[in-house]
Design a protein around this ligand. Structure first.
Ligand code: GUN
Length: 283
């Protein structure tokens, strides 16, 4: 039997349709900070701007020179923190090589109330408290949860295996699944017998960063698979899972492209709306 396709275009449209009237009422503004000319970043930013336009959200693109110093970048961040017209902003990653070691300081410098990526310690810490405190959760984990919810995939009581332990995806999505009463295993490059762990999963979250690494022999019959990876290969775009191989074995699977990607973008917009709501409640 063919699996349910967890189509992120459909689920993100539903989320954006829900957000549109809120955008109209609250009138938030998102600022995108790009340093240099990384081609993948340019493409991600284009998608984010397109989604802003689709809901009528104001946006601004600060495209900064590749050779900007850390002091100059910090000044830009300070200006955005203090600009009351800017609801939220993010600094697109990856940064040019000379700024890479400053990444933690850059994330720390963003006002937690405007941290649309939800990458800072304050917003990540709130994700750890409980579902009710997930105010500005990181966009990809939030998008994964929304994708599962949209297609009525039960999370409570299920065994979720998260493959990957990044601060931006693996760790926070594991906590968000735990907040929804899943039993969660986190696997990584040093996990002994990875296939044996994945085989236990009702829900597999593949965020490894290696093309087609998770194959049909590694998952149990009827599992739900969410693929977070996106890689340019000789055969075109591929995720972290072998989609064609898994199709005949799983009950549901997200495609690449068109799965988690659009959900991440819609979740960023949701965070901007939430940020505006919370800022207005405080003012
Ligand atoms: N680069 C790739 N994905 C992201 C993201 O979600 N946020 C930021 N800031 N940079 C990225």
């Amino acid at each position: 039997m063919s699996p349910l396709i967890l189509d992120g275009k459909i689920a993100s449209k539903a989320l954006l349709d829900f957000l549109k009237p809120l955008v109209e009422t609250l009138d938030p503004k998102l600022t995108v900070v790009q340093v240099g000319n990384d081609p993948a970043s340019a493409s991600y930013i284009k998608q984010k701007v397109k989604s802003c336009d689709s809901v009528g959200m104001r946006h601004e693109h600060r495209h900064l020179d590749e050779n900007i110093t850390i002091e100059e970048l910090m000044e830009v961040i300070d200006g955005l923190n203090n600009d009351s017209d800017v609801t939220g902003f993010f600094v697109q990653l990856p940064l040019p090589a000379h700024l890479k070691s400053h990444e933690p300081d850059i994330i720390k410098a963003i006002d937690p109330m405007k941290d649309i990526d939800g990458f800072g310690a304050y917003n990540l810490g709130k994700v750890f408290l409980s579902k009710d405190f997930e105010h500005l959760p990181p966009a990809t984990p939030s998008g994964i949860i929304r994708l599962l919810e949209h297609f009525d995939i039960e999370i409570a009581g299920k065994h979720a295996v998260v493959v990957g332990r990044s601060n931006t995806v693996g760790k926070p999505v594991a906590i968000m699944l735990l907040n929804r009463n899943a039993t969660v295993t986190i696997c990584h490059s040093k996990t002994a017998d990875l296939a044996e762990q994945i085989k236990q999963a009702d829900i597999v979250i593949a965020a490894v960063g290696k093309p087609k690494m998770i194959t049909a022999d590694m998952v149990k019959d009827g599992a739900v698979v969410v693929d977070v990876g996106i890689h340019r290969t000789d055969e075109g775009l591929s995720g972290d899972t072998d989609f064609e191989g898994l199709e005949s074995k799983v009950s549901a699977i997200s495609p690449v492209p068109g799965g988690v990607g659009p959900m991440t973008v819609a979740s960023l917009i949701r965070n901007c709306v939430t940020a505006k709501e919370r800022q207005m409640a405080i003012r």
